[in-house]
Design a protein around this ligand. Structure first.
Ligand SMILES: Cc1ncc(COP(=O)(O)O)c(C=O)c1O
Length: 296
């Protein structure tokens, strides 16, 4: 846990077009986004002073809002410019970036057609480097009780705050049992994703990963698929059933926060982080390093 609560840190937050003092970036308790989860967000990471795939994240934020029926009132250019300026103002190079957009307080019923759409961006320190040896031990996952919903039940392509309720319940339950995280199945009983990351498996030198048809198609997921294919590794996107897990040798998670994180256990299944996980950890680290910094 962070030593200082997040609402008491110092610095600035970009809030509806202005840079405000960190501790002044407040909202009222009667906020639609808080009561009804009419809120979308992003999780981004800066490496060496540059936000990795910033435009893709910004576009996903805008699209997430659209899927919830609202228009983010800033262009992608404006959001990207604000993000870059905030990173400089915060004096950070390796950092976590959290843009968020939500319906405000003008109406408090389920219907909130005229509510203002608020947007904020916060950036805090996040060191970029975990020793690969540490990562190669792999993390332990439990199997979550809840499942990712049918896309006919929820806007599953949206990074919507409401969809994270299931993630927090599942992660807390896993942590209570001593696990680092939980693997969630989808509404059909197929393997879906972890609570904040996508999942990959390795068998006979090929990578298998579920099709993102009812969960987030992670920007890291797409990057890692690309990196693997560039190495000539076959990547198969398909439905994966839990009973297949015993046939996979390696397993790893991908995500902005997780980067590439090997998994050693999922409930009773065991995996051995090996060569391919190692190579992708290194390839991903090279990919996120700004080319300017890499050349120095
Ligand atoms: C539920 C969930 N799935 C997948 C991901 C991976 O997405 P990305 O690689 O775009 O960070 C995340 C991380 O944001 C997530 O929260």
């Amino acid at each position: 846990m962070s030593a200082i609560p997040f609402d008491q840190m110092d610095g600035q937050i970009w809030f509806n077009g202005e840079f405000v003092r960190w501790q002044d970036a407040k909202i009222h308790v009667l906020t639609h986004g808080l009561h009804y989860a009419s809120c979308v967000f992003e999780g981004e990471r800066a490496y060496g002073g540059e936000v990795f795939k910033l435009r893709e994240h910004t576009e996903r934020l805008i699209e997430s809002g659209r899927l919830l029926g609202f228009t983010v009132p800033y262009s992608a250019d404006e959001i990207d410019t604000a993000t870059r300026e905030l990173l400089v103002r915060q004096g950070l190079t390796d950092a976590y970036v959290r843009p968020v957009a939500w319906r405000g307080s003008e109406m408090m019923g389920v219907s909130a057609q005229s509510n203002r759409i608020n947007v904020a961006i916060a950036i805090w320190q996040w060191p970029s480097y975990f020793a690969p040896e540490q990562k190669m031990k792999g993390i332990r996952l439990d199997l979550a009780e809840y499942r990712r919903p049918d896309p006919r039940t929820a806007p599953s392509k949206s990074k919507a705050a409401g969809l994270y309720m299931i993630c927090t319940i599942s992660k807390h339950a896993a942590e209570a049992k001593g696990y680092a995280d939980a693997l969630m199945l989808d509404w059909r009983g197929q393997v879906a994703e972890a609570t904040g990351a996508n999942v990959f498996f390795v068998k006979d030198g090929a990578i298998h990963t579920p099709k993102p048809d009812c969960f987030l198609d992670g920007i890291t997921r797409r990057t890692v698929i690309d990196l693997a294919r560039r190495r000539g590794v076959e990547v198969i996107e398909r439905a994966i059933l839990p009973e297949e897990l015993s046939g996979f040798r390696e397993c790893f998670l991908t995500g902005t926060a997780a980067e590439v994180t090997p998994v050693s256990e999922i409930a009773d299944w065991r995996f051995t982080p090996s060569e391919l996980s190692r190579r992708l950890i290194d390839d991903y680290a090279a990919e996120v390093t700004p080319k300017r910094a890499a050349a120095e």
